[in-house]
Design a protein. Structure first.
Length: 280
């Protein structure tokens, strides 16, 4: 290399070599313990150590093969990189051996372990709060009442029946999942809203009836017709549909597995016609 190039390049290296070496030393001194401490959150210290070792090996190769040409790689930089690679390697091995305890520092210091645990709990609590806020902003919650409020539906018997009248399956599912009673509080027999669905030919009738089945209200149960059943009451929803002359609903219920054999015996022995409320 010409002397003037050597001097020029050497001056540049001298001007920057000190800060470069200092940065590598200080960075290693800070990152090794920090990465060990945050191992439960960022368990990749071994990967970082591997990158540092590869950097050191690359410098060594470049130093001995004199590449790139007409360039000088200072021995002090190679030595500094070697020390950093060694420190990272030792730190990574020690941290890995104590991975189950949260890293070497947490395993050897009760105070550090307590601080690490507190930070982990704080992170989890913060994550739970963010998740809840995000779900609420999106109109979602684990609480059906909150979800109903987010979509502008009142948690009440009237809210349930209004949702049934318009065929709002999402709201109905939330009411049922939240445990809202399906029975009317305005009549002594406590008629279910399924009766009104059939009587009023409510939209999405099949889907509404399927929701009832999914939540434990069987199509062949007298209790799905009304809570306080009497001998004159229809034995199931199919019998009720036939009794009021809603053949469309009767055929739908039959296709869904409702017992069709109970209607004629009940009709033959019922003392008088029973008209259940069909208006919500």
């Amino acid at each position: 290399m010409p002397k003037y190039l050597y001097v020029s390049f050497g001056k540049k290296v001298t001007d920057h070599l000190g800060p470069i070496n200092a940065t590598m030393f200080i960075g290693t001194g800070v990152l090794v313990p920090v990465m060990d401490f945050v191992r439960p959150y960022f368990p990749y210290m071994n990967h970082v150590a591997a990158v540092v070792v590869l950097f050191f090996v690359g410098l060594v190769v470049l130093k001995f093969v004199n590449t790139p040409a007409n360039r000088v790689i200072p021995a002090s930089m190679v030595l500094c990189a070697g020390v950093c690679a060694g420190a990272f390697s030792v730190g990574a091995v020690a941290s890995s051996r104590h991975a189950a305890q949260g890293g070497y520092i947490a395993a050897t210091s009760e105070d550090a372990k307590a601080l690490q645990s507190n930070l982990l709990r704080l992170e989890q609590q913060t994550g739970d709060i963010k998740t809840t806020l995000n779900r609420m902003e999106a109109g979602k919650s684990d609480d059906p009442r909150v979800e109903l409020r987010n979509i502008g539906v009142e948690w009440s018997e009237d809210g349930l029946r209004r949702s049934s009248r318009i065929g709002d399956l999402r709201a109905l599912e939330l009411f049922l999942r939240g445990g809202m009673s399906i029975y009317s509080s305005h009549d002594s027999s406590r008629t279910s809203f399924a009766v009104s669905v059939i009587a009023n030919r409510s939209p999405r009738m099949k889907e509404q009836l399927e929701l009832l089945v999914q939540h434990g209200y069987g199509l062949n149960k007298a209790s799905t017709v009304q809570a306080n059943a009497d001998p004159a009451a229809p034995p199931n929803l199919y019998a009720y549909a036939k009794d009021i002359g809603n053949e469309e609903a009767a055929q739908l219920l039959a296709s869904m597995g409702s017992d069709t054999t109970v209607y004629e015996p009940w009709k033959a022995k019922k003392p008088k016609p029973v008209v259940l409320p069909g208006i919500l």
